[in-house]
Design a protein around this ligand. Structure first.
Ligand code: SF4
Length: 363
């Protein structure tokens, strides 16, 4: 799939746009004044696949907390600030990696100039995000897509006049068709990287499916440089995992360990469902420098074929399982030994990869 080329910017150490891979943003639920809880949330999101993290900053106390959080955060941070130009300016002065403003909740012109000057002096990024839930009425006469676009054009005037380009744009709707249309328009008009999301997608399966359709379609068109899945959930882990799976699904995230497994049926020769759950839990803390695919298959129908194609595969038989490594059967094992054996082979494969990489780097 050909990707629309945009400017490339850096949010902290994460490249967004240009040739860089599509990254994942997730958003905190914890008030940043609770510094340790907030950091735990960020670490969990990072582990689940997030590359950057947005935090709402509603008041001065939240900003003080965010400044502390920033000192230990494993991910670059974006301060999400509404209604308070003074707070946005202070966050930029404190060196927060990105400042997210919403055209619908931003009124100051004078402090906007100051904010851009401050971001220009530091390495700060301006994340401009319009949302159908907070569109000012003056924009709403021509329909929601045009209104989102007009509000973005207006809020871009000052940074464009000041020749400030470290900008990421987003314009989100709750409607899938509107979201696809607005991102096509943004990609046509602006050179800036795009943060893509469907706003207020909802809870559970409903939110996941709607986000997958919208984000998957936009990404398949070659549009989008950073994504967020907005789910109603108590923490950002699920939304990070869903975002990563969307990127995997459209072939835009190869790193890490992918597990493919059969749905199971009346032929299934073992407890594939529990096995897959256990292996996914076990590999959460294992990082692989190159993409690796594991296949867990329930019987001899599609099992050997899929297991052979994967880096590591397991095809269940009657109380035993065939273990495949890079296309070859290396042993037949009892099903109760399959989990530790698979993890052992996985770790061996990763160690070999790392040794090979080190050897190549020293040549
Ligand atoms: S691989 Fe075997 S157990 Fe799994 S769904 Fe296919 S036929 Fe059923």
């Amino acid at each position: 799939m050909k990707r629309e080329k945009t400017l490339q910017i850096y949010l902290g150490s994460v490249a967004i746009g240009g040739d860089s891979s599509v990254s994942v943003e997730s958003m905190g639920r914890i008030y940043p004044g609770k510094v340790e809880e907030c950091l735990s949330e960020i670490r969990a999101a990072a582990l689940a696949g997030s590359d950057c993290f947005r935090i709402a900053v509603p008041d001065e106390e939240a900003l003080s907390g965010l400044i502390q959080v920033k000192k230990h955060s494993p991910l670059p941070l974006i301060a999400d600030i509404h209604f308070s130009p003074a707070l946005a300016l202070k966050a930029a002065q404190a060196g927060i990696d990105g400042i997210r403003l919403n055209p619908g909740t931003w009124k100051s012109r004078h402090q906007y100039h100051q904010l851009i000057e401050c971001l220009k002096l530091g390495n700060g990024v301006l994340r401009l995000g319009a949302n159908t839930g907070s569109l000012p009425s003056r924009f709403q006469k021509k329909g929601r897509v045009e209104a989102l676009l007009d509000s973005i054009i207006e809020i871009l005037e000052v940074p464009q006049k000041k020749n400030f380009n470290r900008i990421i744009l987003s314009a989100k709707s709750t409607d899938i068709d509107e979201t696809i249309e607005i991102y096509e328009r943004l990609a046509e008009i602006f050179p800036y990287p795009l943060h893509v999301g469907l706003t207020e997608a909802g809870e559970g399966l409903e939110g996941i499916i709607k986000s997958t359709i919208a984000l998957g379609t936009i990404l398949q068109k070659g549009i989008g440089n950073n994504i967020r899945v907005s789910l109603t959930s108590p923490n950002p882990v699920l939304e990070s995992q869903v975002a990563v799976q969307i990127l995997r699904g459209v072939g835009l995230r190869q790193k890490g360990i992918e597990v493919i497994s059969c749905p199971t049926c009346a032929r299934t020769r073992g407890d594939v469902v529990s096995f897959v759950k256990e292996i996914k839990e076990a590999i959460q803390l294992i990082t692989s420098p190159s993409p690796l695919r594991l296949a867990i298959m329930g019987c001899e129908v599609n099992g050997p074929g899929e297991a052979k194609e994967a880096d590591l595969g397991l095809a269940f038989g009657k109380s035993t399982a065939l273990l495949f490594v890079r296309g070859k059967i290396i042993k037949t094992i009892h099903q109760q030994d399959a989990l530790p054996e698979l993890i052992k082979q996985l770790q061996l494969m990763i160690t070999n990869q790392k040794t090979k990489e080190e050897e190549e780097n020293t040549l």
